[in-house]
Design a protein around this ligand. Structure first.
Ligand SMILES: [Zn+2]
Length: 456
């Protein structure tokens, strides 16, 4: 028996099976139930989110022997032929390969005739934004005054490239990227029904790699099944998707969160030297950070993962706490475009990792400046003398080991860098008349931050 790809085997055959697109489904079903559906639709959204599937379902729904109906029977000749792609009255055209005006003219010839058997002649045009200008112009006339037996369904991954004149004559439906949790659940359902092994964390990794596209997720799963003989686990995912082993990602996150710059960079270099893709590694750092953050906030919210990974990340979550992790994740997010878009992604990854690793030190100085005193989580910047801070003048005056008092810092002309724990510090700082340590812009106003912790 030949293997049929999962995307075909599990293609939704009714609207209720089209998951992750509730708004679209509801709009279409309402229109079908009330008989108020339009004659031209424009479906837009990422690749693999269900646009063509929805177009075929709509074709089925309007032409079903019981229809038009939101629940096509799936058994009449029309329903079966649409599902098989052999219906004579449902025409599919890929505008990516048929971009010219001649193809559109040929279509228009067809439109002069009534449907052979069904109620509607449905024309599904995929990637419609690829049509040439003259093809669009030819199309426009047909959409303006379509014969009553014609239903146009256009699909596009780039709506902005579709001329406004076409857009305004269509009912537009936006398909959203499908959430990774939904995709993960779907993959696990398929594995159960198809009786092959798919570990929860492998399913989560595939869902994350698919970036909102159900079709991509299913095709990755096809590849993995072929590679791992129906035993899809983390190891298979690491090999096929080029994802770094979770242990390595967690080690890296541990090093970055603890401010161990050298360890973090060494791990990054090691992975890059092994041929690891820089943006994939960065994405995985983000996933691990997010998981650690959720574990710190409320373990019940944490994404699905194996026990072993959970234990590893729990260590990071407990030693760092939610606030530092959430700020690190914010910083990770700010740098994502940098890593993805850079011509030199390896360098961008190193820079981004360096910043992530320096974050705990910056945060300590900030907290100290804000008067909340040094924090005591982990070894922090002591393993790498802190000279990074919100003030420029911190450079050149590394913190005195064992902790310098605010008064000493003032004498030295140092305005920051005091990060070691010192119980006397908070007291001294609060009795200090308050020397200006830094200025910051808060809500559009320049505020002086004083060593006694007050802003002015
Ligand atoms: Zn039917």
């Amino acid at each position: 028996m030949t293997y049929q790809v999962l995307a075909r085997t599990w293609r939704p055959q009714r609207f209720s099976e089209l998951f992750g697109q509730d708004a679209v489904v509801q709009t279409l079903c309402n229109a079908l139930t009330s008989g108020t559906f339009g004659q031209a639709y424009l479906f837009s959204g990422l690749r693999g989110v269900g646009k063509t599937t929805a177009a075929r379902l709509l074709a089925k729904a309007v032409n079903c022997a019981d229809g038009p109906t939101a629940e096509p029977c799936g058994e009449c000749d029309s329903c079966r032929e649409v599902a098989e792609g052999s219906s004579i009255d449902v025409i599919e055209m890929d505008a990516a390969t048929h971009t010219g005006v001649d193809e559109v003219r040929e279509l228009q010839e067809l439109l002069r005739f009534h449907p052979t058997r069904d109620r509607f002649r449905v024309i599904i045009v995929d990637e419609v934004h690829m049509l040439s200008k003259s093809a669009f112009n030819a199309l426009l006339k047909t959409i303006e005054e379509p014969p009553p037996y014609i239903l146009w369904i256009f699909a596009t991954t780039d709506r902005l490239k579709v001329p406004a004149t076409i857009q305004s004559r269509c009912q537009q439906l936006d398909f959203r990227p499908v959430g990774s949790e939904l995709i993960r659940t779907r993959l696990e359902e398929i594995a159960t029904k198809d009786e092959f092994t798919l570990t929860p964390s492998a399913a989560a990794s595939i869902a994350a790699a698919a970036e909102g596209s159900v079709r991509d997720a299913l095709s990755l799963l096809d590849q993995l099944r072929a590679f791992a003989s129906d035993n899809v686990d983390d190891e298979a995912v690491a090999s096929v998707l080029g994802v770094p082993p979770m242990e390595v990602t967690v080690q890296l996150v541990e090093a970055l969160a603890a401010g161990r710059v050298a360890d973090g960079l060494a791990l990054v270099r090691d992975q890059l030297a092994n041929g690891q893709d820089a943006s994939v590694l960065y994405r995985e750092i983000g996933r691990a950070l997010r998981a650690a953050l959720f574990l710190a906030v409320d373990p019940a919210l944490a994404p699905t993962m194996s026990e072993a990974h959970r234990d590893l990340l729990l260590g990071v979550a407990e030693s760092r706490g939610a606030d530092p992790l959430s700020r690190m994740l914010g910083l990770w997010l700010e740098q994502e475009a940098l890593v993805r878009g850079s011509a030199n992604r390896e360098l961008a990854l190193e820079v981004a990792s360096l910043r992530l690793a320096r974050w705990p030190s910056v945060q300590r100085v900030e907290e100290w400046l804000a008067g909340s005193g040094p924090i005591d989580s982990g070894p922090g910047p002591s393993s790498s003398p802190s000279s990074v801070g919100p003030t420029k003048s911190s450079q050149g005056t590394p913190p005195a080991p064992g902790g310098a008092s605010a008064a000493e810092a003032q004498e030295n002309g140092s305005s920051s860098g005091v990060t070691e724990e010192d119980p006397s510090l908070a007291e001294e700082a609060s009795s200090d008349p308050g020397v200006i340590l830094a200025t910051r812009v808060l809500g559009g106003e320049v505020v002086a931050v004083r060593s006694n912790g007050e802003g002015s």
